[in-house]
Design a protein around this ligand. Structure first.
Ligand SMILES: Cc1cc2nc3c(=O)[nH]c(=O)nc-3n(C[C@H](O)[C@H](O)[C@H](O)COP(=O)(O)O)c2cc1C
Length: 199
């Protein structure tokens, strides 16, 4: 298998633990050569609330719990980063969690931040774009934006974890959700729970 390059973004929706588990799983996956990571400004507030990690300094190391081997972080304001160009090779982009604000920017093609631009590029290059949206309930604007993004080629992959695997904590719940996300883009994980009602 060709070495995989992916872009991962965390935006300011609830569910930072899901983004953290995604980054950790990709760091551990030998098929993955490079992960380009972007955290929105507003995600920093949510990460502080939910994961007790404050500030931008060493954010990646703190999320991974170790120095990154293959993941590099870009600043969301840096619209000149490699992933802002379609000429940069990529196997796709995952936004987990994806806020309604980030969804709106992508659905409307604003391309006014690195996350929105990289997502715009992913769509125009016809590469996989997974928007792991998180809000409840949805208003009609959210629903319309999800339809717009889906019509442009994005996969709406809402942060709705499974319960039939009986997760014991939020980390395991997030991890199994991440495994579903990665299976969807062709990176099935050995620890993924598989429903086997006959056994
Ligand atoms: C603790 C906390 C939880 C939030 N949860 C959500 C959420 O689940 N979904 C959402 O769309 N916005 C949520 N927000 C609001 C977004 O952070 C806000 O709309 C922000 O402007 C999104 O910016 P971004 O998309 O650039 O990250 C939350 C904010 C805070 C502080």
């Amino acid at each position: 298998m060709e070495a995989v390059q992916l872009t991962v973004a965390i935006s300011g929706a609830s569910g930072a633990v899901f983004g953290r588990e995604l980054l950790r799983t990709l760091e551990a996956d030998e098929r993955v050569a490079r992960v380009h990571f972007v955290a929105s400004e507003n995600s920093l507030r949510v990460i502080a609330e939910e994961l007790c990690i404050s500030g931008r300094t060493d954010l990646l190391e703190k999320l991974l719990g170790a120095a990154p081997a293959k993941t590099i972080q870009h600043i969301d304001a840096n619209i000149g980063a490699s992933i802002a160009s379609g000429s940069h090779p990529s196997h796709g982009m995952i936004i987990l969690p994806c806020s309604m604000g980030t969804l709106a920017a992508i659905a409307q093609g604003l391309a006014n931040s690195l996350i929105a631009r990289a997502a715009d590029v992913t769509l125009k290059e016809r590469r996989p774009l997974l928007l792991c949206v998180r809000e409840t309930p949805f208003n009609r604007i959210h629903l319309r934006n999800m339809t717009l993004a889906a019509e442009a080629g994005a996969v709406i992959f809402p942060v709705i974890p499974a319960f039939y695997n009986q997760p014991v904590d939020s980390t395991e719940m997030a991890l199994q959700f991440v495994y579903r996300v990665l299976a969807h883009i062709g990176l099935p994980q050995p620890g993924a729970y598989v429903w086997k009602p006959e056994e």
